[in-house]
Design a protein around this ligand. Structure first.
Ligand code: NAD
Ligand code: ZN
Ligand code: ZN
Length: 393
């Protein structure tokens, strides 16, 4: 089959790889009809090279049709239309029983001391072949895949794989009080959907980014925006909009590659060009994250407020402003999304003809799988109005 494979920094290719096959009795094989490119893929594309191997198949946001199932898989059958969550969970272990699917004890990557295995995501998360491909092997298929109705276009449901549950968790963890406000840093796909979900739930939403098309998209969905390029001091701008107190809650939907942290950017660039043997320890032990957006979130939230971190971070010694966090009495919540946990909340919204979250006004580009290298570049550089890109295998 054809698949998108990783070869190095800013080097992804479409290649012929062997077709996946059932290996375990609880596996399924899915024929993919659409597959998203995520901001998390951009971290692999740019800075996480030391944890990748050449030829790794990328991608973790698929929708498709079940092709084949192992004997232990009863909840889906060949021909069903399904979305596959980006984290692989068993659904019946100690952590899954608490809805903490991103920490599943059955698929945890213990060798590296990490949480649940992820599709298409580094050695640290199991190096499971990903979903930007024609077919996907789905482990733990007795639990993972989500059945969706026939009929509506893939765009309606594909975002249940990652963006929607991730954004839902970001809002949930932000713990916004009734009638309260939230400031969202980063208006990429995750920030956009977090904003729409917070609006849908009746909150005041202020979004911060520096990319004009992204600010426009957010405005279209009822978000007040602050343009990071010309706001001067962003936290001051947020305070001005919130009676000098700050927003009740903040969401960091930017992650480790935030603009405006030159020292960390230099370290990331160094790690990117060193041989893996040297770079891997450097990446795991040094304070490699660019914390500009996160620090602005701490400064933009009111005393006693909550900061929900949904952007991905990976440094071990990132400097944290403990005095400020303690003095302001902030609450921090974070982590990979527990995808399946939020599906019951989201399904009524994506099947509603009125499209309350605007999933049909989200995909900015759909391109054939063959054009993945171009699509990655366009999405990374934010060219051509790219916000969310789907690949068609
Ligand atoms: N926790 C999870 O389960 C989960 C799931 C999916 C994605 N993510 C993470 O969420 C983050 C965002 O993903 P995305 O798909 O929206 O990608 P994205 O890279 O397109 O979005 C990031 C946005 O942040 C903006 N930005 C950069 N620096 C900024 C700053 N200092 N202030 C304000 N805005 C700034 C960029 O212009 C961009 O629009 C990534 O870190 C991704 O890995 C986490
Ligand atoms: Zn994703
Ligand atoms: Zn489990």
């Amino acid at each position: 089959m054809k698949a998108v494979t990783w070869h190095g920094r800013r080097d992804v290719r479409v290649e012929q790889v062997s077709d996946p096959a059932l290996k375990e009795p609880n596996d399924a094989i899915i024929k993919i009809t659409s597959s998203g490119i995520c901001g998390s893929d951009l971290h692999l594309y740019e800075v996480l090279g030391p944890f990748m191997n050449e030829g790794d198949v990328l991608g973790h946001e698929p929708i498709g049709i079940v092709e084949e199932v192992g004997p232990e898989v009863k909840q889906i059958k060949p021909g069903d239309r399904v979305v596959v969550p980006f984290n692989i969970a068993c659904g019946h272990c100690h952590t899954c029983d608490q809805g903490l699917y991103a920490q599943c004890e059955t698929t945890q990557v213990r060798e590296h001391g990490k949480g649940a295995a992820l599709y298409g995501y580094t050695k640290l998360y199991g190096e499971v072949p990903g979903a930007q491909a024609e077919y996907l092997r789905v482990p733990q298929a007795q639990f993972g895949p989500i059945k969706v109705p026939e009929g509506p276009p893939d765009e309606r449901f594909v975002y249940l794989s990652d963006v929607l549950p991730t954004a839902w968790q970001a809002v949930e963890y932000a713990d916004i009080p009734p009638g309260g406000s939230v400031v969202i840093f980063g208006l990429g796909p995750i920030g956009q959907m977090s904003a729409r979900i917070a609006r849908h739930r009746g909150f005041r939403v202020i979004g911060v980014d520096g990319v004009p098309d992204r600010l426009e998209m957010a405005k279209r969905h009822g978000v007040e925006v602050v343009d990071a390029r010309n706001a001067g001091n962003v936290p001051e701008a947020i305070l001005t909009l919130t009676n000098g107190r700050g927003a009740d809650s903040a969401i960091d939907a930017v992650g480790m590659e935030a603009h405006g942290s030159p020292v960390a950017k230099f370290t990331q660039a160094m790690a990117g060009i060193l041989p893996d043997r040297v770079a891997e320890p450097l990446m795991s032990t040094a304070g490699i994250d660019r914390l500009n957006a996160l620090n602005q979130a701490f400064d933009s939230v009111r005393r006693g407020g909550t900061v929900s971190i949904i952007g991905v971070y990976g440094g071990m010694t990132d400097p944290m402003p403990m005095f400020k966090l303690f003095d302001k009495g902030l609450t921090l919540r974070m982590g990979q999304a527990h995808v399946r946990r939020w599906i019951d909340d989201l399904m009524p919204l994506v099947t509603d003809d009125a499209d309350p979250l605007g999933v049909l006004d989200f995909t900015t580009h759909r391109v054939p799988l063959e054009q993945a290298p171009h699509a990655y570049e366009m999405f990374q550089k934010k060219h051509d109005g790219a916000v969310k890109v789907l690949l068609s295998p």
